[in-house]
Design a binder for this molecule. Sequence first.
Ligand SMILES: O=C(O)c1ccccc1NCC(=O)[C@H](O)[C@H](O)COP(=O)(O)O
Length: 265
Amino acid sequence: MFLDKIVATKQSEVADLSGRFSLSESERRIAQMPQCLGFERAITTARKRSVGLIAEVKKASPSKGLIRPDFHPVELAQTYASAGTDCISVLTDTEYFQGSNAYLTAVREAVNVPLLRKDFIIDYRQIYEAREIGADAVLLIAAILRQSELSEFYDIARSLGMDVLVEVHDREEMETVLELDKATLIGINNRNLKTFATDLATTETLIHLVPPGIAVISESAISKPEDIAYVQAAGAKGVLVGEHFMRQPDVREAVEQLMGPVTNH
Ligand SMILES: O=C(O)c1ccccc1NCC(=O)[C@H](O)[C@H](O)COP(=O)(O)O
C-alpha cells in the first residue's frame, strides 16, 4: 500500500534526523524565535470569506505526478497572500511531493500568513523541526498514528506554540480523534490516502459526527464553486485546496474564481 511506502520513507528520514537532533538545542533555538501566527484563528474566527481558505504550495503528488513544472514557491505564496488566502499549506516532503523544508522557510520569510507544514509526521522530532523551519501549524494524520501518538504529538505541538490540524478520512479515525477530546480543528480528507480515490461526500458523511465547537476543514479534490457550496452546506468552515490552483496559469484569478471576493466575513 502506498501510504505504508510513505511511512517507511519517513522512518528512514526520522532515523537520519535523530542522528542530528538535540532536544535542548532545538528548545534553545525555538525560545529565540518569534511567536507563531494563529493558524486556527485565521481559518476560523478571522477568516476573510464565509468559507476559509488554506491554499497549498504543491509541486507534485503521488496520485498525479508532476503538477506544476514551473514551480516557484515564494511567488505562489505571495500570490496566495495577495488573493486573500487565510492560511498557506507548504508540502515539505521531498520524495513524493517534490517539496522541501527550505520552501517553507523561504515562504515564511516572504509572507505574513499562517503556515501549515504539510508532511507525514510520525515522530516528535519532526514537530520541533516544523517549528524551527517556520511552521505555525502541523498536520497530524490519524491514518498513520496510534491514539497515544496523536495525543503526545498534539501536546508537543501546542507546547511549542503551534496549532494542529488533525486529519481523518473515515469513521473509525474520526472516532479515535473525538475520543481523545483534544482537537479543535479537524480536517476531513476527501482523498483516501490508501487508494487515492476522492469523494466530496466524505466530508458530508463524517461531519455529522463532529460536535459543536470543533471547526472542520474539507480537504482535497475541490476545484469548483459548486464544491465550495457543497462542503459549506455540509458544515465545513474552511477548505484546503492544492492541485486545482497549481494547474492554473493565473493563480490569483483561480483563487478569486473559486472562492469569490474577500468579504472579511
Ligand atoms: O495528493 C495526493 O496524491 C496524496 C497522496 C497520498 C497522500 C496524501 C496526498 N495528498 C495530501 C493532501 O491531502 C492534499 O495535498 C491536500 O488535501 C490538497 O488536495 P488537492 O486539492 O486535491 O491537491
